[in-house]
Design a protein around this ligand. Structure first.
Ligand code: SF4
Ligand code: SF4
Length: 368
């Protein structure tokens, strides 16, 4: 991949595309980071439009294609799309809740060339799992699906979204991944965008919970070396420096919404006055390379202090633009999860809420 020194005329090549086939989803997770306004089924890209997106991606040098949503298995043409992606040489990953899949379809997807499956789990405890997902029986179904995935010979990643209601089960969740014969676990804290921001006080863990989770992950990573690989994302509200969101705006990834809007990350549409173009109107490469949306925060030339002269500016790229906007109303500010940010104090109130009794969830619902 070419590098960028911050001049937006420098060229970079994306290596992965996240295709959100649909926003439809049978679960109601209160931590859902899909936008408040979901795309309707009638607006979704057609089978041929998605195939064209994949063809254009390969021409640009993209290697990975993630089928995501919503729940991508809602789409009956998922099988057809996986087959096409495999034929043109893309490495394919299905990001799914699992609840709509059955054994025959998993074996079919595997035979058609699917390379990898990622299933989200809400807890190790079925009752808490179903409560968070907002669907009875979801947890047990996910476990069955994970078994079929491994029987079909597909590598499995367990995605565990952690928060104040399940961090005390972290060790059991890691063991669940081992019992399911997963290759990898993503221990990811809730990210507070879109719908999840509404439920922040219900999810944000305490500092003590976080410290304990770091200790557990370090010990389990050592214990399971060579058996299970770990990705660990800590809640950035407690961090001193922000995460390198998406590896930098418009540097490695692009995201395509169900209705074809091309984004540098899936939350980017919350930022006003940035023009994100649609694959129905323009070629993918032109959008990636030349559009205002992708060039607005690409590289470092948009930065002001403290990022502008910071020696981490090409490491974390100023953190997350969406988080900067969500918390400060200014998308070009340093991410307030950085200790150098002038807006750092906006985190004080939510961090205090983490020590109070959790409010009830506001569940997500497609069509609501
Ligand atoms: S409701 Fe849950 S499973 Fe469905 S898209 Fe949102 S986070 Fe994913
Ligand atoms: S000042 Fe900006 S570049 Fe430096 S660590 Fe903070 S967010 Fe990153």
């Amino acid at each position: 991949m070419a590098t960028t020194s911050g001049d937006t005329t420098d060229r970079v090549t994306p290596y992965a595309v996240l295709g959100e086939l649909t926003h439809r989803c049978p679960l109601r997770c209160p931590y859902c980071t899909n936008p408040l306004l979901l795309d309707r089924a009638g607006e979704e890209l057609t089978t041929n439009e998605w195939k064209d997106v994949m063809d254009q991606s390969v021409q640009m040098g993209v290697l990975h294609f993630h089928f995501s949503g919503g729940e991508p298995a809602v789409r009956k043409d998922l099988d057809d799309l996986v087959e096409h992606a495999a034929k043109i040489g893309l490495y394919t990953n299905l990001i799914t809740s699992g609840v709509l899949l059955d054994e025959a379809r998993i074996h079919r997807l595997s035979a058609l060339g699917l390379d990898h499956v990622q299933i989200s789990f809400q807890d190790s405890d079925p009752e808490i799992g179903d409560w968070v997902a907002g669907r009875k029986g979801a947890h047990e179904k996910k476990k069955r699906v994970a078994g079929w995935v491994r029987e079909a010979g597909l590598p499995l990643t367990v995605n565990a979204v952690m928060h104040r209601h399940n961090l005390h089960h972290l060790k059991d969740i890691i063991q669940l991944a081992v019992d399911l014969d997963a290759d990898r676990i993503e221990v990811a804290q809730v990210q507070y965008y879109a719908w999840a921001l509404r439920n922040r006080a219900a999810f944000l863990p305490t500092r003590e919970q976080l410290d304990e989770s770091v200790r557990i992950v370090n010990a389990e990573r050592e214990r399971l070396k060579g058996r299970l690989s770990f990705d660990f994302v800590v809640p950035d509200y407690y961090a001193q420096r922000p995460k390198s969101c998406m590896g930098g705006w418009g540097r490695q990834f692009l995201n395509i919404t169900p209705s074809g809007t091309v984004l540098p990350c899936h939350a980017a549409e919350i930022i006003p006055n940035v023009n994100f173009e649609n694959i129905r109107d323009k070629a993918l490469e032109l959008i990636w390379r030349d559009s205002q949306g992708f060039n607005e925060f690409r590289g470092t030339s948009w930065m002001r202090e403290p990022c502008k002269s910071c020696d981490r500016r090409e490491i974390d790229w100023g953190g997350c633009r969406c988080q900067a906007y969500a918390l400060t109303n200014d998308a070009s500010a340093a991410d307030p999860t950085c200790a150098f940010s002038e807006h750092r104090s906006v985190l004080e109130e939510p961090l205090q809420e983490a020590n109070k009794p959790a409010p009830k969830f506001v569940y997500r619902r497609y069509g609501n």
